[in-house]
Design a protein around this ligand. Sequence first.
Ligand code: 13P
Ligand code: SF4
Length: 313
Amino acid sequence: MVNNNLSLEKNINKLKQDKNVVILAHYYQTDDIQDIADFVGDSLDLSKKAASTDADVILFCGVKFMAEVAKILNPTKKVLVPDLNAGCSLEESCPADKFAQFVKSENSVVVSYINCSADIKALSDIIVTSSNAEKIIKSIPAEKEIIFAPDKNLGNYLIKKTGRKMKLWNGSCIVHEQFSYKSLVKLKERHQDALIIAHPECPENLLDSADFIGSTSRLLSFVEQNKGRDFIVLTESGIIHQMKKLSKNSNFYVVPAIKEDISCVNCSNCPHMKLNTMEKIYEVLTEENNEITLSDNLRIRAKKPLSRMLELS
Ligand code: 13P
Ligand code: SF4
């Protein structure tokens, strides 16, 4: 039962202390969740935090594949999520049976973006995030063929950046794939001095217009380095919360999805990330339900390519 004398936030903090919980949150979470978290980060930083925490319980506020990574890297911890339905369109686009066929007869290095299921990780040689993908792909010997899954947009971007040939899985992110090029052009006409910053999950025509491309943490560093400038943002709108903290006088313009109006503010929300709420966090900390479980066999196989990633990052 919620102690009504305390606010939701205080109740969460009390449960956190009583149960020795660490709350990890991705930049795409709502502002209140980011503010209550012990650590906010991109996929790579969150993986590192999950691997090194000595808390008894990890409450992962992001999407399910991220919480699975926490469990794979720190299996003795209890890993909870506010909502077990928080999936990812990239993960959904890549079923394990079809992927096993795709990689079967190939003598290639299988590089998978961290936005995939534990089953796909177990079929991969190495995992990457958008923060380390370029560096890791460049470290693969030139004579080796590369298969990259599941994001074709990130894959195409990496082909351009590294000059490496890669066979790509045909997946994409429903959020980044939908940004409207027409709206981007209109916004740039209205705000000619604004810098366009984009996540590499965006399609090529959008990336070609960007002044800077990077993972969520790199986009934040770029904003910090360009304090006071205005920005047109081609990624999920949750990140604006941290951007505003880094550059208080900047304006941030979010590019709407194709079907939305140019003045829409919440239309670049990830429907999976936004399933998490403060109420659900309170509930899961009370009940300790929504636990991430993986068989030992799958966990051990999925850990190998993740450990390779951490070694090379
Ligand atoms: P980052 O690793 O850049 O935080 O990206 C995660 C993600 O899901 C982007 O859609
Ligand atoms: Fe997946 Fe896209 Fe949501 Fe990121 S923004 S979690 S890639 S659906």
